[in-house]
Design a protein. Structure first.
Length: 237
């Protein structure tokens, strides 16, 4: 049975983790006071590439996958984001359309702030624009990391890098802990790591024999993030 994430709990998560944890408290309070609490079922579309308006969305629970609007029509997943993750800043800072389609990979709970309310806040407090610069930089770091992962020549390490990124364990601020389950199929993972499905399965079985991952019908569980990170660091040394 799915556990409902209450608004107060979700607000606390978004306030103390990720982007909003380090901003002006007055900005954080006003932004979240304008938020509506939303739930998306697995498979639901959250944002659509090409939209010129929409909400600023803060992911508090669940996983979201992203497909970019450029490239091949059937492009694989570029990134899977765990909580806490923010999206929808592009139409606010540039008035350009969204470039990514976001889909719920699991039941998702998030805060949604309409673009018009965000812009009204920034009109009243122009000094708060700097917080969106920080958000854009962090989003750019994620995009750069996704590109860098694909440049890793050694296939096992490339797959590990993608898995750790999907788990939120590839940033400098991350604290790779215990087990985390990522709701992706082996086909999803193969596309994201630019590998064949067969070779992806071979690597996962090899990692599973070492007790580092578990493969299940509904996703892949990282059993020991620290050991996976150590493998990745050894290759990069």
């Amino acid at each position: 049975m799915e556990v409902i994430l209450e608004r107060d709990t979700g607000t606390e998560i978004l306030s103390t983790q990720g982007w909003l944890a380090s901003v002006d408290p007055a900005f954080r309070t006003e932004l979240l006071s304008n938020a509506a609490w939303r739930h998306f079922a697995t498979g639901a579309q959250i944002t659509l590439a090409g939209d010129e308006d929409g909400d600023l969305i803060g992911l508090a629970k669940g996983f979201i996958s992203f497909h970019v609007s450029f490239g091949q029509p059937a492009s694989p997943i570029l990134h899977v984001a765990p909580p806490v993750f923010w999206m929808g800043y592009r139409p606010i800072v540039s008035e350009q359309a969204r470039i990514a389609t976001a889909v719920a990979r699991s039941p998702v709970w998030c805060a949604a702030i309409p673009r018009r309310r965000v812009l009204a806040m920034l009109d009243a407090h122009p000094e708060w624009w700097r917080h969106f610069v920080a958000l854009a930089l962090s989003y750019g770091d994620t995009a750069a990391l996704a590109g860098a992962d694909l440049l890793i020549a050694e296939t096992e390490s490339r797959l590990i890098a993608v898995l750790l990124r999907f788990a939120g364990a590839r940033s400098e601020a991350s604290d790779a802990g215990g087990m985390v389950s990522i709701p992706v199929t082996q086909q999803d993972l193969a596309g994201a790591a630019n590998l064949s499905r067969n070779w992806t399965g071979t690597i996962l079985r090899r990692l599973a024999k070492r007790g580092l991952v578990e493969t299940k019908y509904n996703g892949i569980t990282l059993v020991d993030q620290g050991a996976l990170q150590a493998i990745l660091e050894k290759v990069g040394a």
